[in-house]
Design a protein around this ligand. Structure first.
Ligand SMILES: Cc1ncc(COP(=O)(O)O)c(C=O)c1O
Length: 553
């Protein structure tokens, strides 16, 4: 079959439709006409086979990109376009020849594949968001496709030259602002920027996956910390499960192919339409409900909702605090035709206030017990409660066991920060995300080095204040290796200035010349990262790629 298709393809391109007969195809393929008819009904069927082989090869080019949705848009688009160009080039003239065939089925097939490639490119341009200056992604994608076709339909010329001209067109169209190329040393990245150490991230993710396995529960990471589809994919794969803290996150992750989300903030009725729009696209979005009034609003809404009843296990933030409300909400939801009561959920956020590992373990046990007992109360009342969801980073790390629990939702563990290191959720060397900054000035008399990361770049989070591990506004680390620079910390901040002091003797001016780069490890990474649209992902001191994150509500 392959020989017949190749012969047909060659003749179609070189001799044209009229001179390509089944006899000639068979002859060129070195088979008898009888053999050809064993596999194909007629000439049309042979051409359809040629078109299908070609379009499948083209369509396959979009596949390698599927899992890496947040990788550097330029590299990704480039490889998509190069691969498309290469396939077209391997079959010179075929695209034009096929497009000229009178067969409607072949035309349809070509249009579909071409359309999906254009769509794919347009989606990628859209995903690049503010990093590219493209007003109409669809037009740009179409333009790039035409460019490939024009280059590849021609039989003459060198492939490399064609690819280069596609590249320069791509760069012209995408105008990749602020995007240093992969391989750029950390010391040359624009500052302030968010640096994500890929190997530390990977080991943090693996450690928590192992922890969940050991505890016998599903891991549903809270993605409020990273807000990045690329990180989420590394954490749990391309579909989830994930926990989100805003509807913006829910929409972003749904748009990136994640299908199993829990929105872990008490829902209010005026957000239900927005939730329903996400679930209508086939994505599961479980909600947190903690009041009878809101449960009624859910029941009355025309949408279909998955629901967890949120419990307060001692943090005193939100969540049901007594069993009458629990049972009223559960009964309402259980009997509602369009609601699915998935279970109960709680968050032991007061673990952050604990001062010893024993106290953190006690909060973890309280979190577990409150959730498991609530689930039991529901079951005894005849209301099914399949899922029991708990979680915070400290309780996930310090829980002695999670008997009766089905999933946990830690979030900060992904990137880590000084607070988590201080309370023993991980070590200082596990902090995967930091702010890269440049030394602006030496204030010798005051013993201060000034960097370009101030309150906006670092956040003014002072959660470490009053704790034995107080780090003011952040500890300094080597720009290249990420190793802590002993004694150096950001003692105070202005909006765009960070004032670095040395707590262990004299400032080492030579170590931090004006213009040099340093990393600042953050107190609370969720707050720090929120000011940035991208992660500069680094490995061995060099830029690997850029991952986008979403922000806002
Ligand atoms: C409901 C809920 N679940 C899980 C988490 C994740 O916990 P952590 O931030 O300690 O990783 C949070 C964090 O605020 C939360 O509010």
């Amino acid at each position: 079959v392959d020989a017949i298709l190749s012969a047909a393809e060659e003749m179609l391109v070189s001799k044209g439709l009229d001179r390509t007969t089944t006899n000639r195809i068979a002859e060129r393929a070195g088979v008898s006409v009888g053999t050809l008819y064993q596999y194909f009904d007629d000439k049309e069927a042979v051409f359809d086979g040629v078109a299908s082989r070609f379009t499948e090869a083209l369509a396959a080019q979009t596949m390698p990109l599927a899992g890496a949705s947040e990788a550097d848009i330029a590299t990704q688009l480039q490889s998509l376009l190069h691969a498309t160009a290469a396939v077209t080039h391997q079959h010179p003239g075929l695209m034009t020849a096929l497009q000229a065939l009178p067969s409607e089925a072949i035309q349809e097939r070509m249009t579909r594949v071409r359309g999906s490639l254009i769509q794919r490119v347009a989606d990628w341009i859209r995903a690049a968001g503010d990093r590219v200056a493209v007003k109409h992604p669809e037009h740009t994608a179409r333009h790039l496709m035409l460019l490939i076709e024009a280059h590849c339909a021609a039989l003459t010329g060198h492939t490399e030259a064609r690819l280069q001209s596609i590249d320069s067109e791509l760069h012209r169209l995408l105008d990749l602002r602020h995007a240093p190329p992969a391989g750029t040393p950390v010391s040359e990245l624009p500052t302030p920027c968010l640096v994500l150490d890929q190997s530390r991230l990977d080991s943090n993710l693996a450690r928590m996956r192992q922890r969940a396995d050991d505890l016998g529960v599903q891991l549903r990471p809270h993605i409020k910390t990273t807000k990045s589809a690329a990180v989420a994919t590394h954490a749990v794969g391309p579909e989830g499960p994930l926990t989100v803290s805003t509807l913006r996150e829910a929409e972003y992750f749904a748009a990136h192919g994640f299908t199993d989300l829990t929105y872990a903030v008490a829902i209010i009725p005026d957000r239900l339409d927005r939730v329903a729009a996400i679930t209508a696209s086939g994505v599961r979005v479980a909600l947190f409900v903690e009041s009878v009034a809101v449960a009624r609003a859910l029941v009355d809404h025309p949408g279909t909702f998955d629901v967890f009843i949120e419990l307060d296990c001692g943090e005193d933030r939100t969540g049901v605090q007594e069993s009458t409300a629990l049972l009223t909400i559960a009964t309402l939801l259980h009997s509602a035709p369009r609601c699915v009561l998935r279970g109960v959920a709680t968050h032991g956020g007061h673990s952050y206030g604990a001062h010893t590992h024993a106290e953190r373990a006690a909060v973890a046990e309280q979190e577990r017990r409150v959730a498991v007992e609530a689930a039991e109360t529901l079951r005894q009342a005849g209301v099914p409660c399949p899922e029991v969801s708990v979680g915070s980073t400290p309780t996930a790390v310090h829980a002695a066991h999670l008997t009766g629990v089905t999933e946990m939702r830690p979030g900060v563990y992904t990137l880590g920060d000084l607070f988590q290191a201080g309370i023993g959720s991980h070590t200082l060397d596990d902090i995967a995300c930091s702010v890269l900054a440049t030394v602006l000035s030496h204030r010798r008399a005051a013993g201060t080095v000034v960097i370009d990361a101030g309150g906006l770049a670092l956040s003014k989070d002072r959660s470490t204040a009053g704790r034995p591990f107080d780090a003011d506004y952040g500890l300094l680390a080597d720009a290249h290796t990420g190793a802590i620079l002993p004694g150096l910390r950001v003692a105070s901040v202005h909006q765009e200035h960070g004032m670095v002091t040395c707590t262990t003797g004299e400032m080492c001016w030579d170590r931090l010349p004006v213009g040099s780069r340093v990393r600042v490890l953050p107190n609370h990474i969720c707050m720090t990262a929120a000011m940035y649209g991208h992660y500069h992902v680094v490995l061995d001191g060099r830029l690997e790629t850029i991952w986008r994150r979403t922000n806002g509500w």
